[in-house]
Write a protein that binds this ligand. Structure first.
Ligand code: FAD
Length: 391
């Protein structure tokens, strides 16, 4: 029997209210991952959401577990994002890992004693993973030796294991890609300087270098030929998780604006009495409701043929709404909206970050555009006047 989703959501909400929201500014000042907070999240069951109970997980279906990030996103979207990536790696480990890997790692991952992240992006291959260069040599003695560099690795140096996508031949393209789990303490693994971000500074991000890193074949999560396809499935889950976190962000922005506007005196009343302000916030409220419906519908579609398209719709639409919501709510506070204690400027920067990570808004448009082309091919032809059908 899986965990009770209502209890998990309530625990995630309390975690956001008590452990994230009041602390996030100090985390950013310290510029260090708040391991004490993620340990608390682990104790609440938030680090093994989709993993089966036999490995210590909560056994939640994706469509239910993904709602946790909406709760966490009310506290902070970057924190929600990092935990979502850990949960996806943990799910992959329990679903596709070898018995030896599961014995060594699964319980520590579901219990959050160890954290995991995903390393796909490289300096020359972000939106275009077919340009990947990291290369594993299959040694023939039960080990793989890996060389290359990854970029934008979140939880860099903090995660205990990195689910890394590599090529296994010199052939161009993605057909030889595999995913292998590289422990942080593997000899030859190192990290570059932390990226200097304007906000979400507590999330360590850096390049990751693999210099003759040798790992047992037990650590293969996806064998050659399945690396990119499997990563894209993981990214679909990540895209919907981001949309879920963005709904929490929108709720936080809206609540901050309402809490201020109901008290700000002007023109003989308060700011929230003004029609213009109500219309601005009303638009945010409508887009929040639409975003919630969309990400929950996309979460239900994961694992079905519709999953990638629905994930693209959610990732295309919701972070854009979140950015608009954060900017609108900042505007409602006037000058005060720019000041740090109100947190709205932080939300704008986070929303922009969430438009980029795990496939940009434009890449989602590419996915949607291809689906539209497929649909067009099934539709009857409308006559194209003479001259319009010639090139
Ligand atoms: C905060 C953060 C955390 C991250 N964490 C991780 C992580 O843990 N692991 C990991 O592997 N990666 C991670 N990433 C990387 C992230 O997934 C990439 O940044 C993203 O895929 C975009 O790649 P890029 O930055 O190289 O942009 P580029 O690929 O260089 O794109 C540049 C611009 O071109 C646009 N573009 C690209 N293709 C098209 C097209 N066909 N049509 C129109 N426009 C297009 C893009 O939308 C973008 O606007 C992280 C990124 C961020 C910002």
């Amino acid at each position: 029997m899986s965990a009770n989703i209502d209890e998990i959501l309530a625990a995630a909400r309390r975690h956001a209210e008590e452990a994230i929201a009041p602390e996030v500014d100090s985390w950013n000042e310290r510029r260090a991952w708040p391991r004490a907070a993620s340990d608390k999240a682990a104790a609440l069951g938030l680090t093994g959401l989709y993993a089966p109970e036999e490995w210590g997980g909560q056994g939640l279906p994706l469509a239910e577990g993904i709602r946790v990030y909406e709760e966490l996103g009310r506290g902070d979207g970057a924190y929600a994002f990092a935990l979502s990536m850990h949960n996806i790696c943990t799910f992959a480990a329990c679903g596709y890992g070898s018995d030896a890997f599961k014995q060594a790692w699964a319980r520590d991952l579901t219990a959050g004693r160890k954290l995991a992240n995903f390393a796909l992006t490289e300096p020359q291959s972000g939106s275009d993973p077919s340009n990947m260069r990291s290369r594993a040599t299959i040694d023939g003695d039960g080990t793989w030796t890996i060389n290359g560099a990854k970029a934008w690795v979140s939880l860099a140096g903090e995660a205990d294991v990195y689910f890394t996508v590599v090529k296994t031949t010199d052939q161009p393209g993605h057909k030889d890609m595999a995913m292998i789990a590289i422990p942080r303490d593997a000899e030859g693994l190192s990290f570059g300087p932390l990226y200097d971000t304007p906000s979400y500074r507590f999330l360590p991000m850096a390049e990751m270098y693999m210099d003759n890193v040798t790992v047992s074949e037990d650590n293969i999560i996806l064998p050659p030929g399945q690396g990119l396809q499997g990563s894209l499935m993981a990214i679909d889950i990540a895209r919907v998780s981001i949309a879920s976190g963005c709904c929490g962000l929108m709720q936080a922005a809206l609540d901050a604006a309402l809490s201020y506007a109901k008290n700000r005196k002007m023109f003989g009343g308060v700011n929230l009495d003004l029609d213009g302000i109500q219309w601005m916030l009303g638009e945010v409220a409508t887009e929040l409701e639409a975003s919630r419906l969309l990400y929950r519908r996309a979460a239900e579609a994961l694992g079905t043929p519709e999953g990638p398209l629905m994930a693209a719709h959610a990732k295309r639409f919701v972070p854009d709404c979140a950015l608009k919501a954060a900017n609108t709510c900042t505007q409602v506070l006037g000058g005060m909206g720019l000041l740090q204690p109100y947190g709205l400027d932080r939300l704008s920067r986070l929303a922009q970050m969430l438009r980029i990570v795990d496939g940009t808004t434009e890449i989602s448009r590419v996915v949607i555009g291809r689906a539209l082309q497929k649909r067009a091919a099934t539709l009857p032809d409308l006559p194209v006047p003479k001259g319009y059908g010639e090139s």
